[in-house]
Design a protein around this ligand. Structure first.
Ligand code: ADP
Length: 335
């Protein structure tokens, strides 16, 4: 609301300035014409008094008139030139203000989105952990062993969620401040097998296939960073697949000796408009009220930054008949 009022006020001031400027230009133009006519009259009278011309009409053939006319044209060109130059400067200024305003609005919307999601993301695991601990504290000795086990596991899961959120926040802040990456030869085949194995244990209800082509070359990179890329993409594929996720993780070598990692799902898919924005920091599809999944909009921003830091490339496309494919391309380590 405050932004809207500020926008209206800015446009009002700029509109007023433009009108005032046009008005002053027209005024200058007419005053110049008036001055020109007055000078003609004055010179006509002067030359007639000097006896230099026989009739007033003769003045128009004289050298003085030609000079006056040249000076007048020069001034006309000057007024026109300045009007055009200042109009362009004014329009350019308005455009810059408009761009700045749009950036501000976007940043504040992101901030709002971030605060809304982070409040929820922070509060719900804390509430979960507290509930589990309270139940154990109150009814600890009366609880059956398996129930206590269940509560402890739930508490640990919520603590892990909280931990991931804090790690994502720290990592995204570090990525924006010259994060130092380790460089070591990495075997993505082993990495993918390990991560997918772990995910399968965590989500026994989900189908996660792993298709690894033989002899995928090693790459040079940061183990933690690339683990984070894989985990984020697979977690998203599971998260945005609804009831029974069916995810396919592929690893192969492209013709130009690049290592290609693809994570495919058959989930809700991403519209073309959102495809352009999902890698932005804090961007989440939909609104806080309609969304049912948990998240902060940091995952894909981190993935994109990490892939970029490895001189790689990430793209997103539609899967058939539905769902999404994320494709990461990285340069293979020279043999
Ligand atoms: P988060 O999952 O925490 O919201 P991300 O940055 O990982 O944040 O993702 C940004 C948005 O992109 C998500 O909110 C979601 O709407 C969309 N998205 C990401 N991965 C998928 C996917 N595999 N299928 C459908 N939508 C996805």
């Amino acid at each position: 609301m405050r932004n809207r009022r500020l926008q209206i006020l800015t446009y009002f001031v700029l509109g007023y300035m433009t009108l005032a400027f046009v008005w002053w230009s027209v005024l200058l133009w007419t005053k110049n014409q008036d001055a020109y006519r007055a000078k003609i009259e004055l010179q006509q009278l002067g030359m007639a008094a000097e006896g230099a011309i026989a009739s007033p009409m003769d003045f128009y053939t004289s050298e003085r008139y030609q000079e006056l006319k040249r000076a007048y044209r020069r001034q006309e060109r000057m007024i026109l030139g300045e009007t055009i130059f200042l109009s362009i400067s004014l329009l350019a200024g308005m455009y810059v203000i408009y761009l700045g305003y749009r950036r501000e609005v976007k940043a504040s919307r992101q901030q709002r989105n971030f605060l809304l999601s982070i409040t929820h993301e922070l509060k719900s695991p804390i509430a979960g952990i507290r509930l589990a601990l309270e139940t154990i504290a109150k009814r600890g000795d009366r609880l059956q062993v398996d129930k206590r086990q269940q509560l402890s596991e739930r508490g640990i899961k919520e603590a892990d969620r909280l931990n991931k959120l804090v790690e994502d926040l720290l990592l995204s802040a570090r990525l924006e401040n010259a994060y130092q990456f380790q460089q070591e030869p990495l075997d993505l085949t082993q990495m993918a097998k390990r991560i997918v194995g772990r995910m399968k244990q965590q989500r026994p209800d989900a189908q996660i296939q792993l298709n690894i082509a033989p002899d995928v070359p090693q790459i040079q990179g940061d183990r933690q960073a690339l683990t984070s890329v894989l985990i984020n993409l697979v977690e998203n594929a599971l998260k945005y697949s609804g009831g029974q996720p069916d995810v396919n993780v592929k690893l192969h070598t492209a013709a130009n000796q690049e290592v290609v990692l693809e994570v495919e799902d058959h989930g809700i898919g991403i519209s073309n408009l959102d495809k352009e924005r999902i890698f932005e920091k804090f961007y989440r599809v939909g609104s806080e009220d309609t969304r049912r999944t948990k998240g902060t909009g940091l995952g894909l921003f981190i993935v994109k930054e990490l892939v970029r830091a490895h001189q790689g490339h990430i793209s997103v496309s539609d899967n058939q008949p539905q769902g999404t494919i994320f494709k990461v391309t990285l340069t293979a380590l020279a043999a």
